[in-house]
Design a protein around this ligand. Sequence first.
Ligand SMILES: NC(=O)c1ccc[n+]([C@@H]2O[C@H](COP(=O)([O-])OP(=O)(O)OC[C@H]3O[C@@H](n4cnc5c(N)ncnc54)[C@H](O)[C@@H]3O)[C@@H](O)[C@H]2O)c1
Length: 291
Amino acid sequence: MQDFSGKTAVITGGASGIGLGLAEHCAELGMNVVLGDIQQDALDQAVEKVAQRQANVLGVITDTMVKTSVNNLLEEATNTYGNVHLVFNNAGVAAGNSAGKAVWEAPDEDWHWVMGVNFYGVLYGMQTFIPHMLEHGEESYMINTASLAAVTPLGGSYGVSKHGVLALTEGMQSDLEQRGANIHAGVLCPGFVDTQIFNAERNRPGAEQTQADTEDPEYQQVKAMLANGKSPAEIADYVFTAMANKQFYMLPHPAWDDFVSSRTKQILARRGVATMDMMAMLERSAEGEQF
Ligand SMILES: NC(=O)c1ccc[n+]([C@@H]2O[C@H](COP(=O)([O-])OP(=O)(O)OC[C@H]3O[C@@H](n4cnc5c(N)ncnc54)[C@H](O)[C@@H]3O)[C@@H](O)[C@H]2O)c1
């Protein structure tokens, strides 16, 4: 698609971070922008921010863990702007209180929540919006946000959910191609981006609400890496360039390339799991390298 002007974009998790960066970029291109997010106050502020770019913008309270809520997002978007042409299944969370815990120690509630938002949220987005795009037949895009955690051996609920998003999106791409659909797919796998994800616990539902252990060294390392990461606006620029180049795998942080390839080499060599020197990465990150 060369001209996005007048087309409609839907962005889940659009009230903050990468989602908001994508929304502002869509607004700059003259698109109608629909933000689906679970956090009302952040959503209201994001709608105001996007509207300042003279764009048509609609905020819809959405919980991507709940399929009917994602169905409602489609309904609100089409009732307001007609056909949807670009979907970013982007909402995602990380369980802060799993930091420092072994995979078998993390509580079941963490697994359910993280898989619910990060994996099922993307699946529901796909199940809801792809049939709509197939029906209207106009050129469209679906870009799913995974993470570099999808292509590295970073386990835990976050890593597992993101490996799932990658596999799901690869399956979607191949099915779309086989059916000759006028829909392009992409999977976004960023390294660290300066967002609010370290504080994802703010949106954990109901009684399961917990706080991250902010004293845990792993939590603090991740927070420091995020602060030194790329900006959401840089990620949005990268994504739209990648879309123009019809890239499926979108990896905006080349500093990770060696580690991604060392993992593949370990697999093909039938060896042990590739390990990462976090302290060395922290030092390089403090010196300005963006992981
Ligand atoms: N920040 C990074 O370093 C990084 C790196 C790789 C991948 N990602 C991925 O990028 C995506 C966006 O995260 P971010 O870093 O911008 O974080 P963020 O916390 O700034 O934004 C996430 C947004 O998702 C919303 N959200 C949370 N639960 C939701 C739910 N159930 N339904 C709808 N919306 C919900 C939040 O309210 C928030 O607005 C996530 O999928 C994340 O895993 C982030």
